[in-house]
Design a protein around this ligand. Structure first.
Ligand SMILES: *[C@@H]1O[C@H](CO)[C@@H](O)[C@H](O)[C@H]1NC(C)=O
Ligand SMILES: *[C@@H]1O[C@H](CO)[C@@H](O)[C@H](O)[C@H]1NC(C)=O
Ligand SMILES: *[C@@H]1O[C@H](CO)[C@@H](O)[C@H](O)[C@H]1NC(C)=O
Length: 437
C-alpha cells in the first residue's frame, strides 16, 4: 500500500486523507474503547457520587460521568469544563452537594475534590476563586480523599459533611468548621458515598452498604450489588433476587397499571413487578418472559376492558389480562391508528370502568374515548405540577402519578389537572412495594 502511494500522484493526494481517516478511526476506536470499558452494568467501582441541584445522581468514573440511573457515560469536562484546565490533578475523587438552606452562600453547590483542590459549582458554573486548596475551604480535612457526603441536621447532630479517606472518617461542622474524627468500625472503606432520599450509602467496589451517618453502623443485609439498585441494566448479577431488587430499586418506573381485579403491574427496563390484589404477594420477572413481543422498556401501560394496552415508541401492543398474557392477533399496531396520538408518550391510564383513556405526553394530558371509532386524542390540557411524568395509574382510590422515586395521589383526574400545589410525597419503593428502606 505504502509503495503504491509513492508511485501514483493521485494517491499522494489521497495519502493525507487516509491519515485523517486513520486518525478519525483511531479516535473512534478510542471512544468505543472508553465506552466499552465504561459499561456500568458490568460492575464499575465509581470514584465519586453526588446528586445535582435537582436530585439527579452523578456517578464519576475517571474522565467520565454517568448522569442518573441509566444511560451512557459522558466526558465530565463537557458538563464541568474547568475540571480539565487543571489536568494534572487527575479525576474527581470525591464529591457532594452542599444542601443546607441556612447556609445560603453554599446551598445547593456541588463540591468536587481532586488531589489537593476543591472545585465549587453552582448550576454547572465554577464559582469565582475556585479551585481552592482543600485545606483552605475545609481546614482539617486531608487531601486525596476517597469520598464525601453531606449530612444535614438532624441526620447528623449538626449540619455536617462526612469525609472519607482510607478507614479515617471526618465529620466536618459546616457552621463552626470544627472537625470530629470518628471511627466507623464495621463499615468498609468507601470509594464513594452519597445521600439519597434521606439515606446514606457507602460504595465499595461495585457494592454498597447503607449506613447510619452518626455512628457508621450498617444495619440489615449488606453489602448489596450497586447495579441492582442504582443502575438500570438489562441483566443483573447471577444471584440477584429479582423481587427484592425491583421492590427496592431507586430507578424510576417506566409504566404502571392495575387491572380490573386490582392486580398491579409495574414496568422498569427489562423487568416487571406483579402484585396480587388478593394476597399482596409480589412477583418479579423479565418482560421478555411474559410479554415476549414487547421485550423491554415500555413507555406506558393502561388496562381497559380485560386488556393491557402497552405502548412502546410508536406502537401499541395489546395483551389479555389473564395468565398467560396473550398478545392479540394483528398487534402491535401503530399507536396513531389505535389511540389517535403520535408516540412517544410518557404515561397512560384509565380509571376503573371508565371508557376514557388518558394519555400524558410531555406537559399535556389528552382524553381518548375508547368507544369511538376512529379514536382520537382530544381535550388537550396542560399539566402544571410536573415537568415530566414517568408513569400513572388510576383505580377506585383515585389517581397515582409517579415522578422519579415518588408518587402523588389525587382524588380525581380533574383535581390532578387543576391542582396548583404538590400534594404529599409518597415513596414508590416503601409505600407501593413494601420495601423496608
Ligand atoms: C475533555 O476530556 C477529554 C478526555 O480527557 C479530552 O480529550 C478533551 O480534550 C477534553 N475537552 C475539553 C473541552 O477540555
Ligand atoms: C482501609 O484503609 C486502610 C488505610 O486507611 C487500609 O490500611 C486498609 O487495608 C483498608 N481496608 C481495605 C479492606 O481495603
Ligand atoms: C397469591 O397470588 C399468587 C398469584 O395469583 C398465587 O400464585 C399465590 O399462590 C397466592 N398466594 C397465597 C398465599 O395465596
Amino acid at each position: 500500500m505504502v509503495r503504491f502511494y509513492q508511485r501514483t500522484p493521485i494517491m499522494k493526494l489521497l495519502a493525507p486523507l487516509a491519515c485523517l481517516c486513520l486518525a478519525l478511526a483511531l479516535a473512534w476506536a478510542e471512544d468505543l474503547h472508553a465506552s466499552a470499558v465504561l459499561d456500568r452494568c458490568k460492575g464499575l467501582e465509581m470514584d465519586a457520587v453526588a446528586v445535582n441541584e435537582e436530585g439527579i445522581p452523578y456517578f464519576f468514573k475517571g474522565d467520565h460521568v454517568f448522569k442518573g440511573f441509566h444511560g451512557k457515560a459522558e466526558l465530565a469536562n463537557e458538563s464541568f469544563v474547568e475540571l480539565d484546565e487543571h489536568h494534572h490533578l487527575g479525576h474527581v475523587e470525591a464529591a457532594f452537594r452542599m444542601h443546607y438552606e441556612d447556609e445560603p452562600t453554599h446551598h445547593d453547590h456541588m463540591f468536587f475534590f481532586l488531589d489537593n483542590k476543591v472545585f465549587s459549582y453552582y448550576q454547572h458554573k465554577l464559582e469565582d476563586g475556585y479551585p481552592k486548596d482543600i485545606s483552605e475551604v475545609f481546614p482539617g480535612i486531608p487531601d486525596h480523599l476517597d469520598a464525601a457526603v453531606e449530612c444535614p441536621k438532624p441526620e447528623c447532630e449538626e449540619d455536617s459533611v462526612i469525609f472519607f479517606k482510607g478507614d479515617d472518617i471526618y465529620h466536618y461542622n459546616v457552621r463552626t468548621k470544627a472537625v470530629d474524627e470518628k471511627e466507623f468500625k464495621t463499615m468498609p472503606n468507601c470509594t464513594s458515598a452519597f445521600r439519597f432520599m434521606d439515606h446514606y450509602y457507602c460504595f465499595h467496589g461495585h457494592h454498597f452498604s447503607k449506613f447510619d451517618p452518626k455512628t457508621g453502623e450498617v444495619h440489615g443485609r449488606y453489602p448489596k450489588e450497586a447495579r441492582d439498585y442504582f443502575m438500570r441494566c438489562s441483566t443483573f448479577s447471577e444471584n440477584s433476587d429479582h423481587v427484592e431488587r425491583e421492590r427496592c430499586s431507586r430507578v424510576h418506573l417506566d409504566a404502571i397499571t392495575a387491572d380490573d381485579a386490582g392486580d398491579l403491574y409495574a414496568f422498569r427496563g427489562h423487568h416487571y413487578i406483579h402484585k396480587d390484589e388478593g394476597n399482596d404477594t409480589l412477583l418479579a420477572d423479565t418482560i421478555e418472559n411474559d410479554f415476549k413481543e414487547l421485550h423491554s422498556e415500555v413507555d406506558a401501560v393502561f388496562s381497559h376492558d380485560g386488556h393491557l394496552y402497552m405502548i412502546k415508541d410508536e406502537h401499541l401492543f395489546l395483551y389479555t389480562v389473564g395468565e398467560p398474557h396473550v398478545h392479540l392477533d394483528g398487534y402491535p399496531k401503530p399507536l396513531k391508528e389505535v389511540l389517535g396520538i403520535e408516540g412517544p408518550v410518557d404515561a397512560a391510564f384509565a380509571c376503573g370502568g371508565s371508557d376514557i383513556a388518558h394519555i400524558i405526553k410531555d406537559q399535556h394530558i389528552y382524553d381518548v374515548d375508547m368507544k369511538a371509532t376512529p379514536r382520537v386524542a382530544g381535550n388537550q390540557r396542560p399539566i402544571s405540577l410536573f415537568k415530566k411524568v414517568d408513569a400513572a395509574m388510576c383505580g377506585p382510590g383515585g389517581l397515582k402519578v409517579i415522578v422519579g422515586n415518588h408518587y402523588y395521589h389525587f382524588e380525581s383526574v380533574m383535581l390532578f389537572i387543576a391542582s396548583k400545589a404538590l400534594p404529599e410525597q409518597h415513596r414508590v419503593s416503601l409505600e407501593l412495594f413494601g420495601c423496608d428502606h
